[in-house]
Design a protein around this ligand. Sequence first.
Ligand code: ADP
Length: 288
Amino acid sequence: IDGRDLYLTYAIYRPRWMLLHKNISFGKKLGEGAFGEVYIAKYQFREGTKVKMAVKTMHLKHSRADKLEFLKEARVMYSLQHNNIVRVFGVAALALPLIIAMELCTGGCLLSYLRKFKDTIPIERKTRFAYEAAKGLAYLEKVGFIHRDIAARNCMMTAQLTVKVGDFGMAEALPEMTVSELKKVPIKWLAPETMQRRIYSHKTDIWSFGITMWEIYANGDPPYQGQTNMQVRAKVVVQGYRLSVPGGTPDPVGELMHKCWLVDPAARPTFAYVEEHLAKHAEKPIKV
Ligand code: ADP
C-alpha cells in the first residue's frame, strides 16, 4: 500500500479528523475486534491538548480505493454527533495499521452487560437502554444515515451506564471481499428484504432494532436459539415466523417489537416513533 499519494493529498490541509499515528500513545488493550484490537489510548492534538480515547486497529489489506472509501466514511462518522452515538474522533490512515479513534466507553458492550447481570437489571432500566439506543438511532434517521448493523453487540455503555450506538458505517467502507469472507452475515438481525435483495434502509434498521430490543429483554440470549441461519431465513421469510416477546417485557414494548417486524417496510415505525413510545416506560438516566 502506498500511503504517499494520500499523504500528498492531505499535506497542504489536514482536516481535524485526520489523525497521525505518531500522536497516538497506546495504553492497555480493551478487547479484540473482528479485524484487529481495541486499545485505550491518548491522542495529542496539534495545539497540545491530550484526549483519552479508544482506538481500533484494522489489520486489513486495503487497496488505495478502499482507503479512500474508508476516509470518506470516516469523515461522515466524524460529523455525526449525539449523546447516544459513539463519537468518532477521526482516523489515522497515512500509515498502517489503519486506526479508528473513538469515544472511550468504559462500561463495555451492552450485550456483555445483559449477559452478566441478567434479571437483576430492573425492567425500567432495560427500557432505558432501549430508549437511549432509539434516541441515537432517531438522530441517525434524522440525518439520513443508515446504520446496517444494529445489534446489542454493537451498543456500548459509559461508566454511568448510558447506552451509545457504535460500529456504524464501517461495514460499507470495508473491502467487499473481506466482509463476506471474515464477517458472517448477521442473518438473524436482518429484515426479509435485506436477506433476499440486500436492501438496506431506515426500515431495515428498525427491524434490526426490534431484534436488539428483544435481546435486551431476553438478557442477551441469542435470538432464534438452536436454529441455523438457513432455518431462520426460511421461517421468517416464507412462513412469517416471528420471535416471541421475552417474559417481563412491558406489553406496549412487545407491541413495538412486532411493529418493527412487519412484512411491509412502510408499515414499520420510524425511530422517532419508537423513541417517543419507549420514553414513557423508561427509568430516568443515572445522574453523576
Ligand atoms: P469489531 O466490531 O471490530 O469486532 P468491537 O467493536 O466489538 O470490534 O470491539 C471489540 C471489543 O473492544 C469490544 O467488545 C469492547 O470490549 C472493546 N471496545 C470497542 N469499542 C470500544 C470503545 N469505544 N470503548 C471501550 N471499549 C471498546
